[in-house]
Design a binder for this molecule. Structure first.
Ligand code: ZN
Ligand code: ZN
Length: 363
């Protein structure tokens, strides 16, 4: 079968003819891949700063944001049948008995770092015609979401983050309104974050680098989130225009933008960091001033990665809600679909550069 694989030692990416996977346990499911979203993580893998093949393999099959269709189920599989659409989770638990997070079904909070991630770390991804997966890691997708469900995995980042923000803000029992939010960055994670925040009632503003007009600004404003460019508007001016945010949702992985905007956070607010910087970035900041601000304003700094089982379920419910609230809004996030052969060129921007989300389609 056709698969897109990276060979880190040879520093190559190519379409290979990989062996077709077979069901290896009664709880496994064989899935035909329909679509795979590409993102910054794939970019890092193709720059060879990230991405580890499974042990014993010289290559790693790419792809972690996937929508597929069930073609075969093991005889102990319940709740899924041939023809169902599914989205797989990405991370698998570490093997250590001493990791309480993994042993409690929360590999997204793994403390040993020995988890695996499909398409990223020591496990093949989904950018192949077929793959197998245990039913426990698959989520059934309502048929009507077939055109947008490839966005489920990037949306789970926001779902986990906002679930945690809600828990944290239960420390403020007098607050009944969600308040204001600023989303840093207007890529796919940012745009899906905007939708998730608006759905929860946050008055949301997007704060991103590129000045208007641009497609990301158009998309954000069509959702109902004003867009301000950090090249034109300082963090102080952002507060004057939009009010101090109770939540800053960072989706850039750029340290300078993250720490500069932190100044704008309202008292008792939460800043959520979701971006993973790919390169070192030295910056100078007044650490004492930052500590003083966090302490005297009761602020919380929250880092979050990956997502849990329940976040995938919430993401699928939210995709349905988003389609009803913003007809065509999710579809607009998908800039173009490309054949598997173009994976590397799409990731590096040689083909279909710009736009928001690019998707590999297996037709
Ligand atoms: Zn991704
Ligand atoms: Zn673990």
């Amino acid at each position: 079968m056709k698969a897109v694989a990276v060979f880190p030692k040879q520093r190559e990416v190519r379409v290979i003819d990989a062996p077709e996977p077979r069901l290896q346990s009664p709880t496994q499911v064989k899935v035909r891949t329909r679509e795979v979203g590409v993102c910054g993580t794939d970019e890092d893998i193709l720059q060879f700063t990230y991405g580890t093949p499974p042990s014993g393999s010289e290559y790693l099959i790419l792809g972690h944001e996937c929508l597929g269709e069930v073609v075969e189920v093991g005889n102990a599989v319940r709740g899924l049948q041939r023809g169902d659409l599914v989205v797989p989770r990405v991370r698998r638990p570490c093997p250590h008995a001493t990791c309480p997070a993994c042993r409690h079904g929360h590999p997204d909070f793994c403390i040993t770092g020995d988890y695996t991630e499909r398409g990223i770390k020591e496990a093949h991804g989904f950018c192949s015609e077929l793959f197998t997966e245990d039913v426990a890691y698959l989520h059934r997708v309502p048929t009507e979401l077939h055109g947008v469900a490839v966005l489920t995995e990037p949306l789970t980042i926001a779902e986990k983050a906002l679930r945690e923000v809600k828990r944290i803000q239960e420390r403020l029992p007098w607050r009944h309104e969600p308040g204001r939010a600023v989303v840093l960055g207007a890529g796919p994670v940012g745009q899906l974050g905007v939708m998730a925040l608006l759905r929860r009632g946050f008055a949301t503003t997007v704060y991103s680098r590129s000045p208007k007009p641009n497609v990301k600004a158009d998309s954000a404003e069509a959702l109902g989130a004003p867009y301000l460019s950090s090249k034109e508007v300082s963090p102080d001016e952002l507060v004057r225009r939009a009010g101090a945010p109770d939540v800053i949702y960072e989706a850039t992985g750029v340290a300078k933008a993250a720490f500069e905007t932190l100044k704008a956070l309202a008292p008792n607010g939460v800043v959520v960091f979701t971006g993973v910087p790919a390169h070192p970035e030295a910056l100078s900041l007044d650490g004492a001033e930052l500590l003083k601000q966090l302490v005297l304003r009761n602020q919380v700094v929250l880092g979050t990665v990956n997502a849990a089982d329940s976040d995938f379920e919430t993401a699928l419910e939210d995709l349905g809600r988003f389609r009803a609230r913003w007809p065509g809004g999710l579809e607009r996030l998908i800039t173009a679909r490309h054949p598997p052969e173009d994976f590397a060129d799409v990731v590096t921007g040689k083909k279909g550069g710009g736009g928001i989300k690019h998707v590999i389609s297996f037709g």
